[in-house]
Design a protein around this ligand. Structure first.
Ligand code: CAA
Ligand code: NAI
Length: 725
């Protein structure tokens, strides 16, 4: 609703729709009624629009986009109505003015914002464009480069930046509403023409065409198959080429294209999925609604290698004092240098610079090799080598040294949380916090509870994720947890495709065209082939512990590819050795070039093993990689390792570079249609009977037999007795 009140000469319209004053139909109707009333009332001389509860508005009601009746377009005429009002209209922006909320403010003649307010046009992030004339008004107000940046990235900008850009007229530190009423009184009677953005020309640039061409290339590159940024660009371009009314028509056409594209639905699903995973639950009945987190006032990180240094940086950025521990002084010095470098870089990006992080202050960041210094921390994150014996030794030590309530977290990427917990006297306080590399950048935090992990420990880890500005996803304990477990079959298929006739660059291309940031082989070169090699040696799949006479391409009756092991035996560890699935300009180089050596190596390998090279088309590459990953996802759901498909999707989008505009692997499967996924898996499984991961999972079959129910109903088909936890 929008509440109308008249005090002195200024009528106040207050947008009211908790929690974020989304512009539902009822709000829009009340806004329109309020404006008409104010216009008609001769005692009203000016109007002020604000939002209830310290928030202007987060824009259109996203849930309403899926309803056939309402597409957010009703807002455009209301914004025009505000602008054409014969009395000055002032927007008082507190909290957020996003999307349609900011478009309402753009219709106003004046904008005043609280210093802590944030503004943006985030429609692009939910697959749309600002469809209430925002693509036409914003460039007229702040110029094409700044408007294009805001509209095509969807970023939220702070009030201070908005003031610099000219997006708001004034910012205040105290009462925004009172300041807006004062401003409204002051401008009564002043001409409104110059304040109506639709009447203003778009500011010219000396080189507009060249600028737009360059921007188009950049937007396309960053979009990676996502339509919305490109169409946002086209709408802004229309503002530079056509009069306002024509630009608005173009904006509407483009909005309709996006609305019916499917990508908007997927991105809106992803928006709500990210919020749904906050409400975690475990099969034993523990949940977010009853568990309270413990405060984390001080933390420790053990191991300052690739992961530990990013984790320390993340904690410092979140203002949590940290003790950073290494095994000896040599490693400590190396780790300290690396952490300081990361923090310096982060400080440059932040407002307030190094001072705001205060990382030179030992009370905030302390480096040590002395475990005793961990006696009073609230939480420890262990990030030492992936070795069970070492991890157990460390957890045993921690359980003796740390104070009784301290949470003991491990950053293991696959090991058994229960076994690690068994080395302590307090398994209820042991939990997996699986960060992704680089840990200070990647948004995902996979949170793994063990058999004895307490609800308080889970709630505390979730709270930590929030403090670190990450998205925490609670999952059960199994080898590889959710993310890596689903990744194994995908990587396995990619290597099998090479054996059968494909090339790394062909597989990567298909997967990257689908929208992944990076294909499996470039990823493997980046992470280092030696990591998986060591793990396979540990599992006895390769190396000296492999029993003599084991068939080269079989392990325990299943197909196995020794290709990655052979590359490692040739010293090809990826980027770090300048050779891997590709070659690189130098050790540590980033530019992957297809390698003729590898092509002939593959040909020779096929000869040796009597494999007939065949042409593998793009469809097969994509389906075998993605559907095998999805198949594992169904196994995870059936076992109760994750409480819903949204969890898997949030993990994949935020931790593995899965293209957000397809929603995530499970949403994508629902769009492809489960019967098709099943049929394709059946086909590939028949062609490769020795690959168990291609065999369609029973839960997938069950869903297909149940008539392909919508994703939101899938979990009601999980057998209640099946959770392994
Ligand atoms: N519509 C419907 N619900 C919304 C919403 C919206 N625009 N924005 C937020 N919500 C809901 C969330 O789903 C959440 O609901 P639950 O508590 O039931 O999960 C609740 O409001 C609070 O949201 P957050 O948990 O995200 O709270 P936060 O404080 O972390 O963030 C926010 C607040 C910055 C406003 C964030 O919610 C956000 O970014 N919202 C989306 C803003 C957006 O994309 N607006 C553009 C809409 S499209 C548009 O306006 C179209 C057009 O021009 C035609
Ligand atoms: P790394 O090899 O880069 O660093 C490990 C660090 O631990 C080294 O600096 C080492 O000196 C230190 N260390 C070893 N024993 C120690 C001890 N007793 N006391 C204190 N410090 C000790 O390893 P990386 O890649 O950072 O991995 C750490 C953990 O994170 C592993 O469990 C790994 O599986 C996991 N992980 C790794 C990811 C990656 O992309 N590298 C991603 C997610 C998880």
């Amino acid at each position: 609703m929008a509440q109308y009140a008249r005090g002195s000469a200024v009528a106040v319209i207050r947008l009211r729709n908790p929690p974020v004053n989304a512009l539902s139909l009822a709000v829009l109707q009340a806004l329109e009624d309020g404006l008409k009333k104010a216009d008609a009332d001769p005692s009203v001389k000016a109007v002020m629009i604000c939002g209830e509860n310290g928030k202007f508005s987060a824009g259109a009601d996203i849930r309403g986009f899926s309803s056939p009746k309402r597409h957010g377009l009703g807002l455009g005429p209301i914004v025009s109505l505000i602008e054409s009002c014969q009395k000055p209209v002032v927007a008082a922006i507190e909290g957020v003015a996003l999307g349609g909320g900011l478009e309402v403010a753009l219709g106003c003649h004046y904008r005043i914002a609280h210093v802590k307010a944030r503004m943006g046009l985030p429609e692009v992030t939910i697959g749309l464009l600002p469809g209430a004339e925002g693509t036409q008004r914003l460039p007229r107000l702040i110029g094409v480069p700044a408007a294009l940046d805001m509209i095509t990235t969807g970023k939220h900008i702070p009030a201070t930046e908005a003031l610099k850009l000219g997006l708001v007229d004034e910012i205040v530190e105290e009462n925004t509403i009172e300041a807006a009423i004062r401003l409204a009184n002051k401008v009564i009677g002043q001409p409104l023409g110059p304040r109506r953005l639709s009447l203003k020309p778009v500011p010219k640039l000396p080189n507009m065409e060249a600028f737009l061409q360059e921007a188009a290339v950049k937007v396309k590159k960053q979009a990676r198959g996502c339509l919305a940024p490109e169409l946002c660009f086209q709408a802004v371009r229309a503002a530079t080429e056509t009069p306002f009314a024509q630009g608005v028509r173009r904006e509407r056409e483009l909005f309709q294209v996006l609305l019916s594209s499917g990508q908007a639905r997927a991105l809106q699903y992803a928006f709500f999925a990210e919020r749904a995973v906050h409400r975690w639950a475990t099969p034993t009945g523990a949940s977010w609604s009853s568990a309270a987190p413990q405060p984390v006032r001080r933390a420790a990180v053990i191991g300052l290698g690739t992961m530990g240094r990013g984790i320390v940086t993340s904690l410092v950025k979140a203002n949590i004092p940290v003790v950073a521990l290494e095994q000896d002084l040599e490693y400590l010095n190396k780790g300290r240098k690396a952490v300081m470098l990361l923090l310096e870089r982060e400080a440059v990006k932040m407002e307030g610079g190094a001072q705001s992080l205060d990382f030179h202050n030992p009370a905030r960041l302390q480096f040590t090799v002395d475990f005793d210094l961990l006696h009073d921390v609230d939480l420890v994150i262990e990030a030492v080598f992936e070795n069970m014996a070492l991890k157990k030794e460390i957890f045993h030590k921690l359980s003796k040294i740390c104070k009784p309530g301290a949470l003991l977290c491990t950053n293991t990427s696959a090991l058994n949380i229960d076994e690690i917990a068994s080395a302590t006297s307090r398994p209820q306080q042991v939990i997996g916090t699986h960060f992704f590399s680089p840990a200070h950048v990647m948004r995902l935090l996979e949170i793994i509870y063990g058999r004895h992990t307490s609800p308080t420990a889970i709630a505390t880890a979730m709270q930590l994720a929030k403090a670190l500005k990450k998205v925490g996803v609670v999952v059960g304990n199994c080898f590889g947890f959710v993310g890596n477990r689903m990744m194994f079959p995908y990587v396995e298929q990619a290597v099998f495709l090479l054996e059968e006739g494909s090339r790394p660059e062909a597989v990567d291309r298909v997967v990257e065209d689908f929208g992944f940031k990076i294909g499996p082989f470039r990823m493997s070169d980046l992470a280092g082939l030696d990591v998986g090699w060591r793990s396979r040696q540990g599992q006895g799949l390769t190396g000296p512990s492999l029993p003599a006479g084991t068939a080269a391409r079989q392990r325990q009756g299943q197909r196995y590819s020794p290709l990655p092991d052979l590359l490692c035996e040739h010293g090809r560890f990826g980027q770090k050795t300048a050779r891997g699935w590709y070659r690189y300009e130098r050790a540590g180089g980033r530019t992957a070039t297809p390698d003729p050596w590898l092509h002939s190596f593959l040909a020779q390998y096929r000869d040796t093993h009597g494999i007939k090279t065949r042409f593998i088309d793009q469809e097969e590459i994509l389906e075998r990689c993605l559907f095998s990953l999805i198949n594992e996802g169904f196994a995870i759901l059936a076992e109760g390792i994750a409480s819903g498909p949204e969890h898997l999707d949030v993990i994949y989008v935020n931790g593995y570079g899965w293209p957000k505009h397809t929603g995530g692997p499970m949403f994508y499967a629902s769009i492809v249609g489960l019967p098709r996924v099943l049929a394709k898996l059946q086909k590939y499984s028949e062609a490769h009977p020795d690959v168990p991961r291609l065999r369609p999972n029973a839960f997938l079959k069950k869903l297909v037999a149940a008539g392909n129910p919508p994703l939101k109903d899938w979990m009601s088909y999980v057998s209640r007795q099946s959770p392994k936890l």
